[in-house]
Design a protein around this ligand. Structure first.
Ligand code: COA
Length: 348
């Protein structure tokens, strides 16, 4: 069933500091050749000492609102997908609400690991489709660098920081836009293949919490390919469309080999698949809205195009959605502003 919801604004934020594979190779036993050939990643962005998921989310949200030409006071709900909030509470969404001056908005976080944006989009779309909210900001923002074990070469080379945001509004029956299908899936029996403990984990109670990502890379790789391919195929079928109708697939940016395997399984040519992970690494919940912002800013999307989103992450949690691109109100205002800073990273 088509949800009458369109994206009217989109924005992204990447912290200025970059960390290249060569720089990582000075810290752990790895190489640019190994990382690039196994993952497709060349570099990632690392949050500065004062940056958090909420400060980056504020930057992305401001761009999204500017590109939608919407005043922050007119936002009704803010939903933030993040697994790296500033703290246990309050929700990063409320910090973003204050930061952008969304004085009339309710705000909350959702945690579905790397699939966080798709889950937040699902929740936000229901508000707009039901008429209980007119404008919903959906944000994915992550500070993955703070939950990495920087001595574990199996995980620290994969992730990066950043934020992306979209504004959702009603799409009338005669207007472009609309979510054709959106499905979410989960399998908690595989929780141990990708997780990060935290201050409430019993084993860490009373101790200084050391939360970092633990991953069985090969198991996650296999589950990701199967989960993404099945969810994407189901979402296309549920939309009553075929792969030929998909103008651009914007998948979660974890590993280009995962993306290529999914595209092959769908018989979707890679020139209709958006990939920017070479410059971002895996930014978890931020990856799809960041990629969407870049696709929009670089002219990869035309009004009327069908987009396929597909996301996968810890949980395991995954899903896919098909929606029609309506174009944003002020395309010149969207995109991924980033000032490049050279020099040694301080976080790693
Ligand atoms: N640099 C160099 N060598 C590395 C390395 C690195 N950064 N990380 C692991 N290795 C080594 C391993 O220690 C292993 O060495 P060994 O054979 O001497 O034991 C060897 O490379 C092969 O390891 P393996 O885990 O089999 O590599 P792989 O081909 O499966 O690639 C991943 C590892 C992590 C890149 C891959 O499994 C992957 O991308 N998985 C999905 C991860 C993901 O996307 N997670 C997030 C999902 S949202």
């Amino acid at each position: 069933m088509r949800l009458p919801v369109r994206i009217t604004g989109v924005g992204g934020y990447l912290p200025p500091r970059t960390l290249t594979n060569e720089e990582l190779a000075k810290q752990v036993d790895t190489s640019d050749e190994w990382i690039f050939s196994r993952t497709g990643i060349r570099e990632r962005h690392i949050a500065g000492p004062d940056e958090t998921s909420s400060t980056m989310g504020i930057e992305a949200a401001r761009v999204a609102l500017a590109s939608a030409e919407v005043d922050p006071a007119d936002v009704d709900v803010i939903i933030v997908g993040t697994s790296t909030p500033d703290g246990m509470f309050p929700a990063s969404a409320t910090r973003i609400q204050h930061g952008i001056g969304a004085t009339n908005a309710g705000a909350f976080d959702v945690n579905a690991a790397c699939a966080g944006f798709l889950h937040a989009l699902s929740a936000g779309a229901q508000y707009v489709a039901s008429g209980s909210a007119q404008r919903v900001l959906v944000i994915g923002s992550e500070t993955m660098s703070r939950i990495l074990d920087w001595t574990d070469r199996g995980t620290c080379v994969l992730f990066g920081d950043g934020a992306g945001a979209v504004l959702l509004e009603y799409a009338g029956p005669d207007e472009l836009g609309g979510i054709d299908s959106l499905l979410l899936r989960s399998d908690g029996s595989q929780a141990s293949s990708l997780y990060a403990d935290g201050p409430c984990t019993p084993a860490l109670a009373g101790a200084r919490a050391e939360a970092h990502i633990v991953m069985d890379g090969q198991a996650v790789f296999r589950s990701a390919v199967t989960g993404l391919a099945n969810a994407a195929a189901d979402a296309i079928a549920e939309a009553g469309l075929s792969v030929d109708d998909i103008a651009l697939c914007i998948p979660h940016q974890a590993n280009v080999r995962i993306i290529q395997a999914v595209a092959k399984s769908l018989s979707l040519p890679m020139d209709r698949v958006f990939v920017n992970l070479d410059r971002t690494g895996n930014t978890s919940s931020a990856s799809i809205p960041l990629a969407l912002a870049e696709a929009c800013a670089t002219g990869r999307l035309q009004p009327g195009d069908r987009i396929l989103f597909a996301a996968f992450g810890g949980g395991l949690s995954w899903g896919a959605a098909v929606m029609q691109w309506s174009g944003v109100r002020a395309a010149h205002a969207s995109g991924v502003p980033v000032a490049r800073v050279t020099g040694a990273p301080t976080t790693a």
